[in-house]
Design a protein around this ligand. Sequence first.
Ligand SMILES: NC(=O)c1ccc[n+]([C@@H]2O[C@H](COP(=O)([O-])OP(=O)(O)OC[C@H]3O[C@@H](n4cnc5c(N)ncnc54)[C@H](O)[C@@H]3O)[C@@H](O)[C@H]2O)c1
Length: 347
Amino acid sequence: MQILVTGGAGYIGSHVVKQLLEATDHDVCILDNLSTGHLETVETLESIAREANRGALRFYKMDLADFKAVAKLFMTERFDAVLHFAASSLVAESVANPLKYYMNNTVNTTHLVSRCVEAGIGKFIFSSTAAVYGEPREVPVKEMTPTDPINPYGMSKLMSERVIRDTSAVKEDFDYVILRYFNVSGADVTASNGTPRIGEWHEPETHLIPLVVKTALGKRDSITVYGEDYDTEDGTCIRDYLHVEDLAAAHLRALEYLGAPVEQSDGPNIFNVGYGHGFSVKQVIETMKQVSGADFTVDKGQRRAGDPALLIADNSRIKSGLKWQARYDDLALICQTALEWERSLND
Ligand SMILES: NC(=O)c1ccc[n+]([C@@H]2O[C@H](COP(=O)([O-])OP(=O)(O)OC[C@H]3O[C@@H](n4cnc5c(N)ncnc54)[C@H](O)[C@@H]3O)[C@@H](O)[C@H]2O)c1
């Protein structure tokens, strides 16, 4: 197959491209405007493609908002599947600038879906998020747990989900998988020398594990724990930290699932991706101290609005529906790979 990966120069998309190149014979085409992704990541993927010597890799520096360019691309290339990662995904920024999120996430997804329908592309895999549940009404969170986003980022993703589902309901040939990611972290584990070649590279960084990594490496003075009075064992928030390699593998399973319609189940093709258990902020910090051997300053902060005490996926649906199995469910490994990746980055 020829697969279009939007946002393939970013953190999660690049790991999926890497797995496609190393584990399949598909050709991959990355579309990315490099707004938060990196040209260095694309270059690394190009060298991974050469080494794997299986499918081809091509890169289009293009903005999804450039509808003319996207339409032209769909006329000149023949894609069999689209994996759509490109988005803006900073929660605080979405509160300050909601239109950016509705434009880049919802409007651009709507346009992309319409191009796919026009071109007769039947396989669409979408990066959604646990943020669609807001402060979830039950934990572990099931796919049928009511959605109730509490910020424009989560709402822009839920609206995109709706566009995809409503389109599929009337366009028989347009099939989709929506993956709702929990807390993604860690980096490449398949390099022959063990050093991650790609990893999380966000500026600004807002996620806990890379922030703790930067603190352990002395790139930040301290790490702040927001709230120690939650109803959890040590009082800090618990999240379902998912290794990016396991998340990437879920996309490969989703692609196989869309190619095997007989196995499809009833109901929307929406799947949580998480391990079904979590770790507290303090446990993450302790694990990073052990893995890095560094002691660092931990500051106490106030609770942040909209941070639920517990956010854990019920992953039974993806296990049975997509035959997905976790391979890297290990907080120390997640911390280790994130640390090694950050070490490999020059300031
Ligand atoms: N990182 C997480 O923990 C997490 C959790 C849940 C969901 N997600 C979702 O997963 C997807 C990937 O997240 P990520 O962490 O890899 O983000 P990222 O910022 O590293 O990657 C996004 C990529 O999309 C590109 N992009 C953005 N807007 C674009 C546009 N208009 N046209 C072309 N390219 C564009 C960026 O340049 C970047 O390379 C996003 O949709 C995000 O909402 C991420």
